[in-house]
Write a protein that binds this ligand. Sequence first.
Ligand code: FVT
Length: 333
Amino acid sequence: MQPVQAPYPLTRLRRLRRTPALRALTQETVLTAGDLIWPVFLCDGQNQRQPVVSMPGVERLSLDLVVAAAAEARDLGIPAICLFPYTDPKAKTAGCEEAWNPENLTNRAIRAIKAEVPDIAVMTDVALDPYNAHGHDGLVVDGIILNDETVEALVRMALAQAEAGADILGPSDMMDGRIGAMRAALEAAGHKDVAILSYAAKYASAFYGPFRDAVGASGALKGDKKTYQMNPANRDEALRLVARDLAEGADMVMVKPGMPYLDICARVKETFGAPTFAYQVSGEYAMIRAAAQNGWIDGEKAMLESLMAFKRAGCDGILTYFAPEVARRLRQG
Ligand SMILES: NCC(=O)CCC(=O)O
C-alpha cells in the first residue's frame, strides 16, 4: 500500500484523532470476545479451586467447576476453551500411557463439557509433557527425544481426545510429521470433522515458566526443549514449519509465545492467509499481572492493548488467560 497524502498543513493526521467519535470511525482493528480461546487448568476432585501462585487470578479447576466455567465463557461470547491437565504424579510413566487413557482428566473434562455446554468448542493439548516425570513433550531414551515413536504416541492421544468429543486438537509437541499422521488417523477412524490447530511455530521460550507451575511440571524438566522447539532467533524457519503443517492437513496454525513474536504472526498471516492464532503465554500474563499488582502499569489497559496488538498483527484469535476478564470488560463497552 502507498498512502497518498497532501503535505502539512493540508494533511493534519491529528484531525481524525480529535474526538472519540472520529477515533471510533477510523479504528482499523477490533477486538471481540469471539477472538478468544480460554486456556484452563484441570485438577482432580470435586469443588476444587487451586490458585496458581505465579499466575495471579488463574486457578486449577475440578471438572464440576470447569463445566460451570465453560458455561460462563459461552455466555460471555468466548467461542472456545482449551484444556490443560494437572496430572497426578502417580499416573506419570516413561511410556506416557495416561495420555491416551479414555478416562484421563482431559478426556473426562471433554465429555463433561460437551454434555453440558455443547456449543462451546473444546480444544485440547496434544503433547506428552503432562504424562511423564521428565517434563519433555516426547518419549525420551538416553536423553534423546524420539521423534517417530513420539508421533505414534501422539496419534493415540489425539484419537482418544477425538473419541471423547474434542472439537479442536492442539498438537503443541513440535515433533516432525505429527500433523500428517494425526490427520490420516482421524480420517481412518471416522473423525473427519475434528479440526487441528497446529502449534506450528513454537519457540523454546523463557516465557513458559508459570505454565509449568500450573501443570505441576516446574523443576521436573531435565535440560531444555531446544532440540524440538524453535530457536527464538529464527524467522524463515517459522514459515517453513507453517507451510509444512498446512500441507499436512492443519486447519489453523499458531505462533507461540505471542507478544515477543508479533513479527512472526504478521508474516505467517500475510504469507499463508490461513486462520492464524497467537498464544499469549503464562509468562506474558504473569508480567502484566505482576506489574499491575505493583501499581506500575494499569493492568486492564495493558491487557486490552496487548490483545489488540495481536489483532493488529493479523491474528484471527488469541489464546489468553485473560479471556473471561477481557470478555466481561468488552461487554461494558
Ligand atoms: N503447551 C502449552 C505450553 O507449553 C505453555 C503455555 C504457557 O506458558 O502459557
